[in-house]
Design a protein around this ligand. Sequence first.
Ligand SMILES: Cc1cc2nc3c(=O)[nH]c(=O)nc-3n(C[C@H](O)[C@H](O)[C@H](O)COP(=O)(O)O)c2cc1C
Length: 363
Amino acid sequence: MTTSSRKLDHIRICLEKPVDDARNRPFDDLTLVHRALPEIDESDIDTSCKFLGKRLKAPIIISAMTGGHPDVLKINVRLAQAAQETGVALGLGSQRAALENNELAETFAAARHAAPDIPIIGNIGAVQLKRSGPKILERLAEMIDADAIAVHLNFLQESIQPEGDKDACGVLDAIKTAASGTVPIIVKETGSGISRETASDLVEAGVTIIDVSGVGGMSWAGVEAYRAAEAGDHELEEMGRLLWSWGVPTPASIIECKAAGANVIASGGVRSGLDVARSLALGACMAGTALPMLAPATKDSQSVVRAMSGYIRALRIAMFLTGCKDISMLGRVPLVVLGRTREWLEARGYDMRKFSAYRELAR
Ligand SMILES: Cc1cc2nc3c(=O)[nH]c(=O)nc-3n(C[C@H](O)[C@H](O)[C@H](O)COP(=O)(O)O)c2cc1C
């Protein structure tokens, strides 16, 4: 099966099957402490921020999903039009298919034509980067006039895919070489999160931005379980179901990566502007959302605009009710961490009082 047709399988399954990790909503463990006297005028709230040198209306990315098949060109264009209109950043899906077949480059480049002003992040698998060498990043960036390229880690998915590439040796070295090149890179998981240990290796290798893409949202093990079932491979299907929620939950991953010294993008299960606010209160600088944008993008760009506007509106309300005039203030609001996330973080040696009792909001 080609990279390009596998991509269509993934999109179809994500649209038809419950691949979201519904058993797991780690963001529900986080409560922003309500400020009954916000003492700010809601109309003064500024949700804008700077990312990769460009101004955004909100600290949100439509996370990497697609490209690489003629049938998905429209999806990328609609996502790009909506990102441009709402002033958020856009991640594109793996550009590997366009490396294999140059004619598919337009399915990615069309996004840049539709969104000239926002940061667009290209995408390639870490194993592919190792195989192709760091020069490939320049080709990928040129294809879409990218502001950065996300190098994705997806070894859970590779483990459940029949055609999975499981040689993970030398990937860190390849990332280290890439990090010293001219194209800015972001290292990104794809739904299994990044621990402090891995984040420390990445920071030591020169990586400055990590997109955690943790557990709590779309599950690749889940998608591959459905694919295996369709192919009649019951053992792989069972593996996918077993490992459905494998990895580091997103809120814990934000804290772990932040502790390692990275600039953190929160993604994996970010399902509202409230989750964006929670992510920033934990220390992330941006938050990404993928699956909730997919179904709207199969309709038209205005459907994506509506979905994204809902995120920005909820973020604004959360900022008002915590007395935050701007995005930087969210990093200092008191936050109560309960449940499994608290247990995880305590077991890993983090002091939860840092987020709740001792936070003073500087006005
Ligand atoms: C249909 C689909 C395709 C995806 N393709 C890619 C990809 O090519 N590269 C990548 O880094 N992540 C890819 N992802 C992962 C997302 O970028 C994101 O990390 C993950 O879905 C978790 O976010 P969510 O819970 O908001 O969906 C894909 C996700 C979906 C739903």
